[in-house]
Design a protein around this ligand. Sequence first.
Ligand code: G3P
Ligand code: CA
Length: 282
Amino acid sequence: MTGGNSFYKSTLLRAGNNQTVKNSVVPPHGFNAAEGFFVIAHRGASHYAPENTMAAFTKAHLMKADMIELDVLLTRDGVPVVLHDTTLNRTTTGSGPVNSHLSRDIAELDAGSWFDPSFSGERIPTLESVMKWARNTIALNIEIKGRSDTKSAHRVEEIVIDLIDYYKMRSSVLVSSFDRSVLHRLKQVEPGIATALLNGQYSYGTRRALRRMKKIGADGLNLLPRQMNKPLMNRLKQSGTPVWVYTVNKESDMRRVIRKGATGIFSNRPDLLRRVVMDEFQ
Ligand code: G3P
Ligand code: CA
């Protein structure tokens, strides 16, 4: 499923609650727990290894996640790197905003020892290095952390599109963002890449989220569990719209979210989620 129109040849996949959704994204080797349902490792298997590092990503793959979610920011010289916070302080040995550092300096930082000394030496990966590893291995959800976070003239969405095409990953990548302008621009440049609009914790108007999703041409919604209200879920079900739900780490919550009709769940514990999914979809 490559090429400009891949989304329009959507595959119908089963989601929670036995519903079918229009979804052009599939893991390279098929689903590990239930056909059509995505076990998504949030920032990798981030309960077990430092978030957004290769250690967390390889662990997620070993735990048989179907997709890895990661966060992307641009460095001062316009290189997309994988990090959640806009500053280096919390998860690395560096400090200050990512967009005020050059990529060659960022590559030297330790992104593992804050989590546990046994992970010292882990680096902040570039998006490209993760894609090179993932292309025949696992699907990716690339979360673009907002154009407003980048001082430069570099257009993060265009750089991401180029990488997706260079590594021929259209059929196994979903791009998401809280920033509507990023997704809008991406869809204008390349409508064939699947996108999902992230609904934040303070945006309680989920109807509005649906309207916004349609307006910018996004293909799905990323919601919090509490935003999965009945009227919205019914509407999404009727249109076959994928619903990706973040971030669920407790077994009872996972079961509830699956039964409400999620297409996929983001979890720091993909091993637990996979067991729950296997049980729920039996
Ligand atoms: O994409 C789901 C989730 O990752 C969004 O929140 O803060 O973990 O990036 P955050
Ligand atoms: Ca994220």
